[in-house]
Design a protein around this ligand. Sequence first.
Ligand SMILES: Nc1ncnc2c1ncn2[C@@H]1O[C@H](COP(=O)(O)OP(=O)(O)O)[C@@H](O)[C@H]1O
Ligand SMILES: [Mg+2]
Length: 318
Amino acid sequence: MCAGITPGYDDATGVLQVTQGRKLSRETEALLSASNEARLEAIGEDYWITYTLAQQTLLRLSGMVTAPDSGRPANMLLIARTNNGKSSILRRFAEKHTPALDASGGVVTRPVVSVEMPPVPGEERLYTSVLESLGAVFKPRDTVDVKRTQVLRLLQGVGCRVLVVDEVNNALSGTPRQQQQVLNAIKHIGNTLKRPVVLSGIETTAAILRQDPQMQNRFPPHELPLWQEGPDLQRLLMSIEGRLPLREESRLHQKELLTLLLGMSEGMIGELVTVLRRAATMAVVSGDERITPELLSRLDWQSPSQRNARAGAIGMGL
Ligand SMILES: Nc1ncnc2c1ncn2[C@@H]1O[C@H](COP(=O)(O)OP(=O)(O)O)[C@@H](O)[C@H]1O
Ligand SMILES: [Mg+2]
């Protein structure tokens, strides 16, 4: 295999001298001796990285599942810039509370029901999304009243303990009346079930809720801020490095690389994951086997705002 080709990596003894200091996950460590193809495939795969705020958020969300029924449940408005980890946390939450099935595979209980606000918002469309998410048989042409009743009955029937509505910012594309109707529908579901509701979206979502003072009060914002320099970011970078099957240590959390990566990602975890995926790919293909400032400069990476500016210029025919 590649013994001797990669400095510091000894295939014969399996000793990973240069990996000291970084903590590779067990699967990643096993991959170090695999072919480039296998390592590139692993780099391209989605993986979950835990970080302090994600853990805290998941803890709060799990608390909602176990909380007793309440006329004033502890709801949450999850707010963050796009690409900053909201949907990933919500997916992780749903995965931790999967439906219970009976012997024939039928759903008995579904503690977490997740939907996305439809791109064209409206009360009826929201109900349709819930019915689809539940895999319910329904008549698309049924009236909004019939669908509302069916949604409530089914949510109670499957023992829904938390309803999650992601992409609430989509409601902004509706008229003020449609927005109000959607908010009323959500309020009505929460009140009837006596269960918490989680709304999630980009910053503009808060403006939608401000239209209804009661909603604003009942949905305290829980923000995932942009990443900044500090120990949390260092830990995040160490965790990501622990998932990259590179044969040498990059020490992504060191000041120079951390500052560069923060600039390239503009503080968004999605950008960070993408830039490191591309960098790790280059590190395998080029044989560098680690990510360095010099390798990052060869990536031809455009930061999100450079991309947006470019897209804007193209849109204006410039
Ligand atoms: N905890 C995480 N672990 C690994 N990758 C993540 C994590 N959070 C976000 N990402 C990456 O960032 C991308 C954008 O995250 P996402 O949750 O979709 O953001 P948002 O919903 O805020 O727009 C995801 O596709 C994933 O690649
Ligand atoms: Mg999202």
